[in-house]
Design a protein around this ligand. Structure first.
Ligand SMILES: O=P(O)(O)OC[C@H]1O[C@](O)(CO)[C@@H](O)[C@@H]1O
Length: 482
């Protein structure tokens, strides 16, 4: 059983005007055409639209082949990457962990992750865990220059060489990166590593259905062809259905209208922990795509019922700036609950029920309470826990995100803002070429003054050198206090 993702917005309708929905759907249909015809902003990064139907059989066969080789030679595979070069693979692996469809004949390697932080403690623990294991590495970086990934990969490669020697190390690494450019591409070329290309017209956060996700999935024994089939089915539904029956467009419109009605935060929730990393992937997709030009909905996620015991109070009664999107998926297995009538834990009333039934009632009770507390609730349903369903979900959110971005008037395919912290970090790390920035940052930090000399001058010049306003003085005295 599989099929497209379904949206039910009944529990959000009291926050949205019916006429606006109508107008919004017409607008969304136009933006979808812009996307499909590759006429919108960032259209050079819309290669993901056709990934589910364009992947050549030779590529899939090669991915399966390399994956089989990795399984044979490794009991552990480390996937090294961050952001879009990490989250989609982890989302799929965690969502599908434990599926009976995973290759039963092969013994499957453990898949671990690295390169997604600069934590020495995390990497130390990973290196300790790898001791004595036959491990291999998949390194993923579109740019090939991301510091977290490059540093972890360097350390892992050094460890491989120490353990297996230079020759054999070459067979224990696969690099996934830009087809032509970047440090990782150059290094792979120089060292004769096996590589897969990350298509130039696909951005990192839209890349899960390329080798970026497909290779880790195949190594884990998952059926990547079924995953692409699910995405292709969703593609037909999302690109080909009229607005009235197009759930991806309706989701894009509903969240946009909720945003204009004053809801600035979308909380993606689910009652199945296997969806935790789908939430993490979704946050990057929507956060990097929408959060620019002072616009966008802040994407947050929570796992219920766990987080009802931490965030539940806020969702129920805190600042009314949230709407909730709950993702449902039927659990593939159930656990019965049996209890004697005189059981001292007073759970006899649950005798004969199952965990699924309890989770279902907890879910309905929660959503009703949140709705009654002023939190609009959108409900998305995935057909099942399967590769097809995962592929469909990825495609559904990608279309909704791209169309929603166009409705917002931004380019959903760039992420200029993430460079700001990198400039500072590289300057502080004394990367060659950053000497001027480094001097400015160090002098600002030494002065305890967060306004840079350049910003300060520009601001004052902008006002024709007028004397500081009261709010300037306030800001500067607050900064000094820091
Ligand atoms: O694949 P790369 O180039 O290492 O980038 C990883 C991630 O870092 C970012 O560029 C942000 O810095 C994301 O957009 C991207 O998914």
């Amino acid at each position: 059983m599989s099929g497209p993702i379904r949206l039910d917005s009944t529990w959000a309708l009291d926050h949205i005007d019916a006429e606006e929905i109508d107008r919004g759907m017409k607008g969304a249909a136009l933006q979808l055409q812009l996307l499909v015809n590759r006429k919108g902003a960032g259209s050079e990064y819309t290669g993901w639209l056709n990934l589910p139907v364009d992947a050549p059989d030779s590529l899939l066969a090669r991915i399966e082949d390399v994956a089989a080789g990795f399984r044979e030679q490794s009991d552990t595979v480390v996937v090294c990457g961050v952001g879009g070069s990490y989250l989609g693979a982890r989302a799929g692996l965690e969502f599908l962990a434990g599926l009976p469809s995973r290759s039963a004949t092969d013994s499957l390697p453990d898949i671990l992750f690295a390169g997604n932080s600069l934590s020495s403690w995390q990497l130390r623990k990973l290196l300790d865990r790898l001791a004595g294991h036959r491990f291999s590495v998949v390194v993923i970086s579109k740019s090939g220059t991301t510091l977290e990934t490059a540093v972890a990969f360097h350390i892992l490669k050094t460890e491989l060489v120490r353990r297996f020697g230079t020759e054999k190390t070459r067979t224990r690494i696969v690099a996934i990166t830009d087809s032509e450019h970047g440090t990782l591409r150059d290094l792979a070329r120089d060292e004769g590593l096996v590589t897969f290309d990350l298509p130039r017209d696909v951005g990192g956060r839209y890349s899960v259905l390329t080798p970026v996700g497909l290779l880790p999935f195949a190594i884990a024994g998952l059926n990547i062809r079924a995953m692409l089939q699910g995405a292709a089915e969703q593609r037909t539904a999302s690109l080909g259905s009229p607005a009235a029956t197009n759930d991806a467009l309706q989701y894009a419109v509903a969240r946009r209208l909720l945003n204009t009605s004053g809801k600035g935060i979308e909380l993606l929730t689910s009652f199945e922990p296997c969806l935790h990393f789908v939430g993490e992937w979704w946050k990057q997709l929507f956060g990097e795509s929408e959060g620019k030009d002072g616009k966008g909905i802040f994407p947050a996620s929570a796992e219920f019922t766990t987080d009802l015991h931490s965030l539940g109070q806020f969702v129920q009664e805190g600042t009314r700036s949230l709407f909730e999107t709950v993702v449902d998926v039927p659990a593939p297995a159930d656990v019965p609950f049996l209890c004697d009538t005189d059981s001292p834990d007073e759970l006899a009333y649950l005798n004969g029920r199952s965990l699924s039934a309890m989770n279902h009632d907890a879910r309905v009770g929660t959503l009703l309470a949140h709705h009654d507390g002023g939190v609009p609730v959108l409900q998305l349903t995935m057909p099942d826990v399967s590769e097809r369903s995962f592929g469909a979900t990825v495609y559904f959110f990608e279309v909704a995100c791209a169309v929603g971005g166009y409705m917002l008037g931004i380019n959903p395919f760039d992420q200029p803002g993430v460079e700001a912290y990198k400039h500072n970090m590289f300057a502080l790390l004394a990367k060659p070429g950053t000497e001027v920035e480094a001097a400015d940052i160090r002098s600002r930090l030494a002065r305890g003054q967060l306004t840079s000399i350049e910003q300060d001058t520009t601001r004052r010049n902008g006002r024709g050198g007028a004397s500081p306003t009261a709010s300037d003085e306030l800001t500067s005295s607050r900064q000094s206090a820091l």
